[in-house]
Design a protein around this ligand. Structure first.
Ligand code: PLP
Length: 398
């Protein structure tokens, strides 16, 4: 079938305007977009298993590319999700009454302090739409989460990248540098994004230094503290941003059910902020942004303490397994407290990634995060980590 886009969509072809149409411009579709969107490079997700199997005609693919929980979803959440299917003809509860109340009780805050999102990336997007726009900027660190620059640019604001700590830093190579972040903040800055721990590096900031950083920011700067991996962290000095909400009215802490709770496919996350800030963020929330199955599953997942405990154990054992294997192979890696680890393969990350695909193993190249020789691998089950390590040794010829 040959589609003739020119007929319906003149912008696809500068030469193909419909006869008789009022020609206001002969620009391409991209040229019709806003300046921010024109320069936008969309988010590149981890390669889906099905896609690789379609392309290579293989099966039994291992995906360690998107920081998904190798134990699957919380069993309690699955049970609740199955029950919720019976109500699919009804719109979801737009205000997410039960889940917000449950989260509020858990954190000792008001339900008005909780904003639900279709994944926490939805909440991050809401913050950018509420506080950013042309003439304003957002500050974030080098090697930080790819969604920050994407959402910022899409809304016409400027992203300001603060240099990370150097690769040879003795404690936190490639970690957030609070000094450069503070320096990057100027009169037009309205949002600062901090991922703790950071993705894709797995580096983290201690409670005392992070708190002092937030306290030192101008009050008209909204701080997004992205805690997508917080439940995995066992470091005693690791902060819990939810405890700082009363102190910092400009702070919003985001969390997700995609990672430790194993509900990435359902798309649900949340933001915690003082109620006034939460209300402003909520103004740009799409109606019914969280679906009814996600609401039910998330509520149940919060109670699944056994699953959380098991997930933490599997993860910390897997992190050790991967790190010590990298050490044995003489590969440098970034010390991580997340459910993933970035390893320097000493050659092109994207090429090594392609070679691993041919072994049926999907990891994540992170050249687009300015780490061209690193791969980010999600911690799997012990046998999955072993399989990845075997494939890596083969591909690197070690
Ligand atoms: C995975 C991730 C998120 C959240 O993703 P959602 O699925 O949208 O909740 C947010 N921030 C970081 C740094 C992440 O890695």
């Amino acid at each position: 079938m040959t589609a003739n886009f020119d007929e319906k969509h003149p912008c696809f072809s500068p030469s193909g305007h419909r006869a008789g149409a009022q020609v206001r411009s002969r620009r391409t579709c991209v040229e019709l977009a806003t300046p921010g969107v024109q320069g936008l490079r969309p988010y590149v997700p981890g390669k889906p298993i099905e896609e690789l199997e379609r392309e290579l005609g293989v099966s039994n693919t291992l995906k360690l590319a998107s920081n998904e929980n190798p134990l699957g979803a919380s069993p309690l959440a699955l049970e609740a999700a199955a029950k919720a299917v019976a109500g699919l003809h009804l719109y979801p509860d737009d205000i997410g009454f039960r889940l917000r109340n449950k989260l509020a009780a858990r954190f000792g805050i008001s339900p008005d302090a909780v904003v639900l999102g279709s994944g926490s990336s939805d909440v991050i997007d809401m913050v950018t739409r509420a506080f950013l726009g042309p003439g304003r900027n957002a500050v974030f660190a080098e090697h930080s989460f790819a969604m920050y620059p994407i959402f910022t640019q899409a809304i016409g604001a400027q992203g300001k990248v603060a240099k990370a700590l150097p690769p040879d830093h003795p404690v936190m190579p490639h970690g957030h540098d609070l000094q450069t972040l503070a320096t990057a903040v100027d009169a037009d800055t309205r949002v600062v994004f901090i991922a703790n721990p950071n993705n894709p590096t797995g580096t983290w900031l201690k409670a005392a230094e992070l708190k002092a950083f937030i306290a030192g920011l101008p009050e008209d700067v909204v701080v997004v503290l992205d805690e997508a991996y917080t439940e995995f962290v066992e470091e005693p000095e690791f902060p819990d941003g939810s405890r700082w909400l009363a102190e910092f009215p400009n702070l919003i802490v985001t969390r997700t059910f995609s990672k430790i709770f194993g509900l990435a496919g359902l798309r649900i996350g949340y933001g915690l902020a003082n109620p006034e800030l939460a209300a402003v963020v909520g103004r740009v929330r799409h109606p019914f942004n969280v679906n009814s199955i996600a609401l039910a599953a998330a509520e149940a997942a919060l109670d699944d303490e056994a699953f959380i405990r098991r997930s933490i154990q599997v993860n910390s054992a897997g992190l050790k397994q991967l790190a010590s294997a990298f050490d044995e192979m003489g590969l440098r890696h970034i010390p991580s407290v997340g459910n993933f680890i970035a390893v320097d393969v000493g050659r092109s990350g994207p090429e090594t990634y392609q070679a691993l695909l041919r072994e049926g193993v999907i990891v994540r190249p992170i050249a687009n995060y300015d780490l061209p020789n690193h791969l980010r691998v999600t911690v799997g089950l012990p046998e999955e980590n072993e399989r990845f390590l075997g494939a890596l040794k083969k591909v690197l010829g070690r």
